[in-house]
Design a protein around this ligand. Sequence first.
Ligand code: 13P
Length: 191
Amino acid sequence: MIHLNPVREVVDVSLHIYRTGLVSGIGGNVSARMGDRVFITPTMVPLGEVSLRNVVLVDLNGRVIRGGRPSSELGLHLEVYRARPDVGGIVHTHSPHARAFSIAGVQIEKMEGFMGLGRGYIPMVPYHPPGSRELAAECGRVMVDEDAAILENHGVVCAGEGLRDALLLAEFIEESARTQFIAETLKSMKK
Ligand code: 13P
């Protein structure tokens, strides 16, 4: 996908993620790639406060070309871009239901729709501290052939051809986790 205005897209998707509760506080980060340039949200800034003025431009080696300090998960975004030349946008969220699954260590089913034909589970990346090289490397490995990963004890990462695709996938995963939780609760109530 061609980003007509990647900075605008990073801003719009960040605000949407914040307003719809897929993150709170300073959680989450968003990026878009255009050629060998990556536009990413700044670190320690709530996604609800991302604007055209504070999106950071970096190269694929993580060198800052324009702006302040990039997200502490820049390495993770870059590893996924390196592993997936087809990916143009990435979101990292702390979606409440999916995050609860990641903390409980319960896998989220791939439901019909975006995630295929209801077979298998979204892969879970074993816990490494947020922002660590290990987390970034493991995520790059897992997402070579997966568009989404659950980060154990942490949250969700989704990639797409465009940033909008990554966002829609993150929304679908949160809905899947919520639905799975309700369905499993109801099953346990069956007489
Ligand atoms: P940043 O503010 O550095 O992007 O960190 C937020 C986050 O969710 C880390 O995993």
